[in-house]
Design a protein. Structure first.
Length: 279
């Protein structure tokens, strides 16, 4: 998943007709995004950040850093990228404000993060299994932002020309337990502070796995896992960027473009009566 989304981010960056002197990768995952961008020649200097020393490249400029307290000076980067990492941030609005501060004028922020429908099947069966087995539920999957929230956060942080869109990727597994093992191997296991302090019982896990197969398995017995990917892009303000036109500055009326009659906002027409020609 990390490699696939890194490739898609690289494709998006390739569509931008400019190069970047200094890029900062928030959450490097061992340099996966740097490797995906290497052939494009868009980035001259690449700095990776990670919370863990085990996730940085020995041969690459890297910094151990917390995304909620970024150790970079204002206007110190031309590009900030992030590959499936920002969903772990507790204060996402604050992090986006810091990212915008880090960017030089006309610098670009480009990121991918998990969206609200991610692992919807797994969440469903875990809730049902835990309710049936123990009579209550505990948080098991981290909360995710939805597309509308992501777009609003970019605007709130002060980015210009903000864009938020999404992909939905479905991956199949032989069973739910294999999916859970893979999520743990990705470092995407449950880290919610309100999670249960004890281990999940075997009864809950096997009940959830059985429900997953019963509700979602295909004809070959494989179960799907949905990953919704949100893509965020925004620019640090600069005078050269496109600006919205001033109200009232249009040279062509909308009615003319639509080849229809124009009425003031105060006029009301009976829907059953066809309006006559203007006088």
């Amino acid at each position: 998943m990390f490699r696939e989304i890194a490739s898609r981010l690289a494709d998006r960056l390739a569509d931008i007709n400019r190069s970047f002197d200094r890029a900062i990768d928030l959450g490097a995952h061992g340099g996966i995004l740097r490797q995906a961008l290497a052939d494009g020649g868009k980035v001259k200097n690449f700095v990776e950040t990670e919370l863990s020393t085990h996730m940085i490249s020995a041969d690459q400029t890297a910094i151990i850093a917390d995304e909620e307290l970024l150790p970079f000076a204002a206007q110190s980067a031309d590009l900030v990228v992030s590959n499936l990492n920002l969903h772990w941030v507790n204060d996402l609005p604050g992090t986006l404000i810091q990212i915008k501060r880090m960017l030089r004028p006309d610098g670009l922020f480009l990121a991918a993060m998990y969206g609200g429908d991610t692992l919807s099947e797994l969440r469903h069966v875990l809730i049902e299994a835990e309710t049936a087995t123990s009579g209550g539920i505990a948080p098991r999957v981290s909360p995710f932002a939805d597309l509308a929230d992501a777009a609003a956060l970019l605007q709130r942080a002060g980015f210009t020309l903000p864009v938020a869109d999404m992909d939905t990727i479905t991956v199949t597994y032989p069973d739910a337990l294999t999916l859970m093992r893979e999520l743990r191997g990705m470092g995407e296991a449950n880290a919610v502070a309100e999670r249960r302090s004890t281990f999940t019982s075997r009864d809950i896990l096997f009940d959830a796995a059985a429900r997953y197969s019963e509700l979602y398995a295909d004809s070959d017995g494989r179960i799907p896992a949905t990953f919704q990917i949100l893509y965020l892009a925004g620019w640090a303000p600069h005078e050269s960027q496109q600006q919205p036109a001033l109200p009232g500055s249009a040279q062509t009326r909308l009615a003319a473009a639509l080849e229809t009659d124009e009425r003031s906002a105060g006029e009301k027409t009976d829907p059953g009566i066809k309006p006559g020609p203007k006088t």
